[in-house]
Write a protein that binds this ligand. Sequence first.
Ligand code: GUN
Length: 311
Amino acid sequence: MTLLISSTPTFARDIDGKAISAKVLDEVREEVLALAGQQIYPALAVLLVGDDPASHVYVRNKLLRAKEVGIRSLEYRLPETASQAQVLELIAQLNADPTVNGILVQLPLPAPIDEQAVIHAIDPIKDVDGFHRENVGGLVQGIEVLTPCTPSGCMRLLHETCGDDLSGLHAVVIGRSNIVGKPMATLLLQANCSVSVVHSRSVDAPALCRLADIVVAAVGRPALIDASWLKPGAVVIDVGINRITSEFGNRLVGDVDYASARTVASAITPVPGGVGPMTIAYLLKNTLIASRLQRAAQARGQQPEDDLALN
Ligand code: GUN
């Protein structure tokens, strides 16, 4: 008997961030409509300081998507020369405005503005980026808080791909930034994964990564992770957006070598069209969560003392 072995490699399926983000945006749109029926109109304020061209594109896309789902957006622009005091003054105004539910300050901020001072000036209940230390602490403790948008979007991609239950899967997060790596590891832990964080000081990062059922790459190094880093069948989420300039022009490349990785992985996010659209969708979801948390806090605050005593 002749044993026929196919030489055709099987390729990973794409995890379609555009389609999944469209689903999330539909959920947001539906909730916005329901809230409008109760005369509640959630609003997002976006502050852009300076001339960073990538930031201008990101902010334009955020405002565009907000409009599409019916979320009221307020755009504030300050020049490259704006002082930290000016930025803090505007944030104080937005914190005090009860009609503003979410505040986003696009990063990076021009030097010498202290990013941490600005992030921590935002009222945590309006911090739709989830970067404030109060929200970071709440996330670690498993309390309902505003959670960073990119990791939330990655979790949704994983649930859509692997199902509701990720219990017992081994997830490796590559990168340990405050914006993605650390909150991503925390969310995976909450989903009952065993979690490893691989970083620049890890010994034999590819060997650690090969143990993973789920790989989340967020290091900002173009095409660092190839097939040799992956266990067959791994699910790969590529957070990297690296702009490469070559003789063929500009193109976007992830942290994962897509062509190589897809010969080993079972599912993978493309770049672009994977994680990118999810970040904005979850920013808008966070705006609704912020609005709900504020209404709940207000209701608690307005409860008469006698009622509280009865509880
Ligand atoms: N710049 C790059 N990513 C982000 C993000 O998620 N939020 C903000 N505010 N700025 C960014």
